[in-house]
Ligand binder design. Structure first.
Ligand code: ADE
Length: 240
């Protein structure tokens, strides 16, 4: 049976989904459990079994969370929801990116002859998202009238343990792997899902342009972008 793990790095990225959760038939309340300092909430959204967690920021926190969802909760699918910095041409704040694939922009073993982003001695460095889940996200987007006027693009997402707020750094990431957006968790969740054969997708709403103007732009859009991403996730879980 389908059981979806939904991961956001920060509370604002998952609060809407937590509020929508209802207990399953047997439990009188939403089941909560803690592993490695992270709380996991298990229940239903629109009758679909869901586990929601705030992973904390960064690749290791996110990978631990994804692995716990797989090992301790037996999730069959993983969705990473949240905000990101826009990199792709034509993307603006409050537009959406759905991952077709995810890479680490900060993986650098070029000194040993590897390409930028290439993970030494691994069969892949580019983790491919599930096509059915991608389609579900696109369909959900098309079905939300409030999102008319915003764009949804699907393509590569790049993750690293770095908040990108400098034009030169942004351009360097463009040269290295040309992603649509940058964030700090998606690829490590994708990596964890890949090695466990679990289908995944990353949904991100743009909070900033990942450049020098970041501070005020980010603060202004953080909550809206996080909630818009969660709203899209709520709609898409019924569609795959
Ligand atoms: N999440 C939201 N905006 C980001 C940025 N500019 N860099 C990394 N992660 C982000």
């Amino acid at each position: 049976m389908k059981k979806i793990g939904i991961i956001g790095a920060m509370e604002v990225e998952i609060s809407l989904l937590k509020d929508l959760m209802t207990p399953n038939e047997k439990a009188k309340r939403i089941n909560a459990a803690k592993y490695c300092g992270t709380e996991y909430f298990e229940g239903l959204i629109d009758e679909i079994p869901i586990v929601v967690a705030k992973s904390g920021v960064g690749k290791v926190n996110a990978a631990l969370c994804a692995l716990t969802m797989i090992y301790k909760f037996g999730v069959t699918h993983i969705i990473n929801t949240g905000i990101a910095g826009a990199v792709g041409k034509g993307l603006d704040v409050l537009d959406f990116v759905v991952s077709t694939q995810a890479v680490y922009h900060d993986m650098d073993a070029t000194g040993f002859g590897y390409k930028p982003t290439e993970i030494p001695q691994m069969q892949t460095s580019c983790f491919i998202a599930d096509k059915t889940m991608i389609r579900a996200a696109q369909k959900a987007f098309d079905g939300i009238p409030e999102l008319k006027g915003h764009k949804l693009m699907s393509g590569r997402i790049a993750s690293g343990d770095q908040f990108i707020s400098d034009k030169q750094v942004k351009n360097r990431i463009r040269e290295i792997c040309n992603p649509l957006c940058v964030e700090m968790e998606g690829a490590s969740i994708a990596h964890t899902a890949f090695v466990n054969d679990i289908p995944f997708v990353i949904i991100r709403c743009m909070s900033d342009m990942a450049d020098d103007g970041h501070e005020s732009v980010y603060s202004f859009n953080e909550t809206n972008a996080a909630k818009m991403s969660a709203a899209l996730v709520q709609k898409m879980i019924k569609l795959f």
